[in-house]
Design a protein around this ligand. Sequence first.
Ligand code: SF4
Length: 151
Amino acid sequence: MGIIQSIKNSVRQRSIHVCYVNVGSCNGCDIEILACLSPRYDIEQYGIYVHNNPREADILLVTGAMCEQWEDKLADIWNKIPEPKAAITIGNCPVSGCTFNRRGSYIDPPVSKHIPIAASIPGCPPRPTEIISTILELAPKVFKDYEERQG
Ligand code: SF4
């Protein structure tokens, strides 16, 4: 492995930038993401930083049941994130529509039909610890040796 690649691996391990988007949720899952920022869970101690600029993000967290208004917008946000990147769905809504999936609902789950999803965290809502551990498990698989794997 080259020295540049090993520096990139080392930096990326401690600097994972996350942004999130709500494509039609009840806010329950969004509150769990916000709880990750609280002193109790303190997501930054793991080198995970949350902000809302997709151009600076590595990982996109998606909550919600995929309202039709979000179909183009979600793809736009995903396309703005530079490679290497990954998307994680939070909760049952992005997979099945959960409580919103009933006759007459204007939703179109799963979110994986609209952008590639690397991992899904089930729950209504999932716990902050599950969100943090999934990000930490997924990040090395996506970022480690990325340039070398591209050839
Ligand atoms: S999974 Fe549950 S808590 Fe999360 S957005 Fe859907 S209904 Fe709300």
